[in-house]
Design a protein around this ligand. Structure first.
Ligand SMILES: Cc1cc2nc3c(=O)[nH]c(=O)nc-3n(C[C@H](O)[C@H](O)[C@H](O)COP(=O)(O)OP(=O)(O)OC[C@H]3O[C@@H](n4cnc5c(N)ncnc54)[C@H](O)[C@@H]3O)c2cc1C
Length: 423
């Protein structure tokens, strides 16, 4: 098989891979760039899959990150529908699933991840869906046309967004969450309780602290979900949203250091010479985390790391420093999150959840480290300076939604510490 060479070879045509190629050209890189990806589509906006694409409000061509000819015009070679099955960092080449070998000067691993699956009996039955790729949603939408009873497993963002789409279309599902509240991994209790109430109001049957024993089947098809208390919920479709497994096996086999994802430094370098990693699959030092390394699953992180890795490849040494942000749309609710709340020791609710416009603010040692804003765009915009400057707001003023965030007085951090009510 003929061998070819790319100065920069990017594995993955998601947000990270696409933005790396864009950033390289924006930064004046003139060498060869090739993107190899398992997905068959040109790079597209993944978040819409559980939102406007699932609901049918946006057609696929409106999700493309760039028009199809953008890539050709910038001499970015796209090899789609092909999987990298082997990486050699010593020989600086990859092997594809059809046997092609591509040599590289630098390799950027932006392979994202695959949805975690259930392990119980029936987990792979017909009618069990995950939402990660366009094809997943196309299959799910085809099935929804038959008006099935739907059970969603997992009360994270994807499960909740799918529940909102179904409820809005008049088919509210049952949603099962193993923990005591939804969104527990990322948010404080006031936000979880608010979203639980909203979903229930729209007819979603949310069941908390509920374990799944197995998926019941008739033949190869789903017929229901058996719960820990042995009740069986009838269902013809089950959507599983229980997290992501980073796609790093190939890099692991190549010898890269791992820890729930591939380890990278602040320049997005893995432990392998000439091999970089970004996005959902990369555990990295983050200036806004509580000390440790983090792996973030967000468009912001993938896109900003793409800019960093492009700089690094072009000889720069500017570390990755970007304030994390995230969003989710459910019903008419716009949730926007800024910062990382892990490690907070105080939570302040600002505004009134019953009026469906409020913020949840996370403090550590009196300093604002993160905010969740529900229909509160002004707070989202004005919180940025607080979090970036790591300043300590006066908590009483903070609680009052009539005082704009930017007008809240700052207090010395030591004073703020003294007023703590730990959570
Ligand atoms: C349903 C859904 C909703 C989301 N909503 C939001 C949201 O509202 N806001 C937000 O910020 N983020 C959201 N996210 C997360 C966001 O989409 C991801 O963080 C982002 O896509 C990560 O980009 P990435 O480049 O790391 O990986 P991905 O976008 O997953 O791209 C991975 C690429 O790697 C390819 N690939 C994988 N393995 C191989 C291999 N061995 N060989 C070749 N190619 C390979 C894949 O085909 C794909 O092209 C959502 C994700 C999903 C699935």
């Amino acid at each position: 098989m003929a061998m070819r060479r790319s100065d920069v070879l990017i594995v993955g045509a998601g947000h990270g891979g696409a933005q790396t190629a864009i950033a390289l050209r924006q930064q004046g890189f003139e060498g060869d760039i090739e993107i190899v990806a398992a997905q068959v589509e040109a790079p597209y906006e993944r978040p819409a899959l559980s939102k406007e694409y699932l609901s049918g409000d946006k057609s696929f061509d409106r999700l493309l990150i760039r028009p199809e000819d953008f890539w050709r015009e910038r001499s970015i070679r796209m090899t789609l529908g092909r999987r990298v099955v082997e990486v050699s960092s010593t020989d600086r080449h990859v092997r594809l699933d059809d046997g092609q070998v591509i040599e590289f000067g630098a390799l950027v691993w932006a392979a994202g991840g695959t949805p975690r699956r259930l392990t119980c009996q029936g987990h792979d039955a017909d009618g069990v869906y995950t939402i990660r790729e366009k094809a997943d949603v196309d299959r799910l939408n085809a099935a929804l046309g038959f008006n099935p009873r739907v059970v969603i497993i997992g009360g994270g963002y994807i499960g909740l967004e799918a529940a909102a789409v179904l409820a809005k279309s008049g088919k509210p599902p049952v949603l099962l969450e193993a923990g005591e509240r939804v969104l527990a991994r990322v948010s404080a209790e006031p936000l979880s309780r608010f979203f639980e109430a909203e979903h229930r109001r729209h007819g979603v049957d949310i069941r908390l602290s509920t374990s799944v024993v197995c998926i019941e089947t008739v033949g190869a098809r789903v017929s229901g979900v058996r719960l820990g208390d042995q009740t069986v919920l009838p269902a013809e479709a089950v959507i599983v949203g229980v997290g992501l497994a980073p796609a790093v096996e190939i890099l692991q086999e190549a010898g890269a250091e791992m820890s729930d994802g591939v380890l990278v430094d602040a320049l997005c370098r893995t432990s392998l010479d000439g091999v970089y990693a970004i996005g959902d699959c990369a555990r990295h030092p983050n200036a806004y985390s509580d000390g440790g390394l983090v792996r973030l699953e967000s468009v912001q992180n993938a896109s900003d790391q793409a800019v960093t890795v492009a700089r690094t490849i072009m000889g720069g040494d500017e570390p990755y420093v970007a304030l994390p942000w995230f969003w989710s749309n459910q019903y008419d609710l716009k949730l926007q999150t800024l910062g990382l709340s892990q490690g907070h020791d105080q939570v302040v609710v600002r505004g009134r959840p019953d009026q469906r416009a409020f913020s949840v603010i996370y403090l550590r040692d009196g300093r604002m480290i993160a905010i969740d804003c529900v229909n509160a765009v002004k707070d989202y915009v004005q919180a940025r300076a607080w979090i970036l400057d790591r300043r300590s707001p006066d908590v009483e003023a903070l609680r009052d939604p009539l005082t704009p965030l930017k007008a809240v007085p700052a207090v010395p951090a030591a004073q703020a510490q003294g007023s703590h009510t730990p959570v």
